[in-house]
Design a protein. Structure first.
Lengths: 108, 108
């Protein structure tokens, strides 16, 4: 279980993949495999949460890293690069951005 | 605090706003206000989590609704429409999609 809160010491990656619906499941599977084989062993990894859009056209990774520098180190890691390259080849476009949580509201 | 998990009875909205950096804070504030004034009183609202990108060009609302039909009812609500129209006018583009959580991995 991952938590979203304003007082956590994390930086959030929201990576939006646009994908052909016939590649959506393969891309989601690849991202899950990449997380478990490589990403979750890297320094500063906090969480990765893979989402499939109901319309079949998107996959979103909502991920958390401890520091911006941990995310940047991951980008330079050869094994991570190999998985990211494979994901990019399955997608039509990839749009990663780093975020901070500005607010959370939920029903109790 | 919001939780991301595969076994929750929710549908997830990831709404990505592309924005001019000089409008990013105003857009985030507007979405927070819309959540607290209107959205969180609507049937089926579970959570809304507003994120600002570190590069200033994006605002993401990671939101949860109980059912797809609750989200669709919100889209038809006049007060919600008024806030969504104001948000759209502040943004360069708006890309909302509904998702299901395929997997979560986190360090313990």
């Amino acid at each position: 279980m991952t938590t979203i809160a304003t007082d956590q010491d994390v930086v959030t990656l929201v990576n939006v993949f646009t994908v052909s619906p016939d590649h959506q499941q393969a891309l989601a599977d690849l991202l899950i495999e990449a997380t478990r084989a490589v990403m979750n062993k890297l320094p500063g990894f906090v969480s990765a949460n893979i989402h499939r859009s109901l319309d079949g056209t998107k996959v979103v990774n909502y991920a958390q890293w401890r520091r911006v520098s941990d995310f940047e180190d991951m980008l330079r890691n050869a094994a991570a690069q190999e998985h990211m390259q494979a994901a990019t080849e399955l997608a039509i476009s990839v749009e990663p951005h780093l975020y901070q949580v500005a607010s959370t509201d939920e029903v109790v």
